[in-house]
Design a protein around this ligand. Structure first.
Ligand code: OOG
Ligand code: NI
Length: 464
């Protein structure tokens, strides 16, 4: 039973997200510079585009914009992933979506922990892209055994964090004092460590197999490797990054620039080399690069039909490019993307009519003023100005984009070809639960908003 003095999981998540951001800002000064640039850009966009300001005001997103960020971590074992799921559950975060990165040569599969209800997302949309290393992809059996035994020896959670997770599970929540403690203790799991758990030579062996394997196996815990703020105009930020001492990757991942943004556009800058002490060294003369910076712009969530169209157009542009997008072909890639995406309707009404995106409906003043509507279809209510429509923001990630982000951070030399297939079942077994289908969540939010409108208009939702 929920105790009246318990702190809501949404507030714990909001506090945790802030604590994580403060820690990262202190550890990675470039993150602070990026945050400032994003804040300035968002301010500029809101001032100059009243339409965008109006839209964010109607959905309430304006209030979460400054809080909004996602992080990413990588873990090494099923037990670590399963306990992380329990830790995130204390903060109201569920595993949403399954992403297989092996087709892009990255030996992981992933999910995103996030809040699932629109009201909870409004309090804090904090998400963590969480990857599990696929140790079975290490071909050298001796090295694989070494990686397994090294991971088996570490504990990535503090004893106090584990005790508080158990308390939250047993009692159904945490008191104010426990919640404060929980945030502090949970943060420890994501902290950077300047000392590795392996020798310099062992690090080299792991890294030679794949840099990502070294990043996961050679350290005490799954350090947060980036924290990404949400910008309202990613092209402005991308263009201004060099002037702020930040070099972005060659192309922006995701859909091209549009009047009506869809899904997710992302860009990142490369990880810095950071000093590391290996176990056979007394000083930090070694180095490792893992932590990088990223920004993103979020647009409308697409229906299965819209997503299929997105995937088809993206694949067509990439097939025609015949290579991974890079510095040399960036201009051609952008031109191909713009050309192929000409086929994707670029008005919200066009996307709504073709059922390409999900929307939220709101009763207008005019709608509230008319007392005696007997029946009306959704389209009639919209056409008559009784309802207003806003796109539902995409809360998730994109596998092709995520692969591009991983790659830009690992260096192009790290492209490996794995002959394996995605294995959602194995991932869910490790996680200890199923991942939630993100499309179902958007459909539910849309359905709830329509039901609320019909209730407010005293209409029975017979014809939608
Ligand atoms: C995660 C890369 C993917 C995104 O935003 O798509 C990602 C990682 O490098 O661990 O963060
Ligand atoms: Ni990211």
């Amino acid at each position: 039973m929920s105790h009246p003095d318990f702190i809501s999981p949404d507030l714990i998540r909001q506090r945790f997200s802030k604590a994580m951001s403060d820690m990262y800002r202190e550890e990675v000064p470039l993150y602070g510079a990026l945050m400032e640039l994003v804040e300035q850009t968002n301010h500029h966009v809101l001032e100059n585009h009243p339409q965008i300001a109006r839209q964010l005001n109607s959905t309430g997103e304006i209030q979460r914009l400054d809080l909004e960020r996602h992080g990413a971590i990588r873990v090494g074992t099923a037990a670590e992933l399963a306990t992380l799921a329990r830790l995130f559950a204390v903060m109201g975060m569920q595993p949403v979506g399954y992403y297989d990165l092996t087709p892009a040569g990255v030996p992981v599969h992933s999910t995103a922990f996030r809040a699932v209800h629109e009201a909870a997302l409004q309090v804090s949309p904090f998400r963590v892209f969480t990857s599990l290393l696929r140790l079975e992809l290490i071909e050298d059996l001796e090295l694989r055994a070494f990686a397994e035994s090294t991971l088996a020896q570490r504990s990535i959670f503090t004893p106090a964090a584990l005790a508080l997770i158990e308390r939250a599970e047993t009692d159904g929540g945490l008191s104010e004092k426990d919640a404060q403690n929980f945030v502090e203790q949970a943060l420890e799991t994501f902290r950077w460590h300047h000392s590795a758990t392996v020798t310099a030579e062992q690090y080299q062996q792991l890294s030679a197999q794949h840099r990502l394997i070294a990043d996961v196996v050679a350290f005490k815990g799954p350090h947060i490797n980036h924290l990404t703020p949400r910008t309202l105009d990613i092209d402005i930020v991308q263009a201004q990054m060099p002037a702020h001492g930040i070099t972005p990757k060659a192309v922006i991942e995701g859909p091209p620039r549009r009047q009506c943004p869809i899904l997710l556009r992302q860009t990142s800058f490369k990880a810095l080399d950071e000093p590391i002490a290996f176990t056979d060294q007394t000083d930090t003369r070694g180095s490792h690069s893992a932590r990088f910076g990223e920004i993103e712009q979020r647009g409308a969530a697409l229906t299965p039909k819209g997503r299929a169209l997105y995937d088809r157009l993206l694949n067509a542009a990439r097939d025609e490019l015949k290579d991974f997008p890079n510095e040399a072909n960036a201009a051609r890639y952008n031109a191909l993307m713009a050309q192929h995406f000409g086929e994707f309707p670029d008005t919200y009404e066009g996307m709504r009519r073709q059922e390409l995106a999900y929307f939220r409906y709101f009763v207008t003043e005019k709608g509230l003023a008319v007392g005696d509507l007997k029946t009306a279809s959704l389209d009639e209510l919209v056409n008559d100005g009784h309802l207003q429509v806003e796109p539902l923001v995409y809360e998730d990630f994109l596998p092709v984009s995520a692969a591009g982000i991983f790659q830009s951070n690992l260096g192009d030399a790290a492209q490996t070809h794995y002959g394996v297939h995605s294995n959602q079942q194995a991932f869910e077994k490790a996680l200890g639960q199923s991942t939630i289908d993100e499309l179902g969540l958007y459909a539910e939010t849309q359905r709830r908003s329509i039901a609320e409108c019909y209730a407010a208009l005293n209409l029975s939702p017979l014809r939608t």
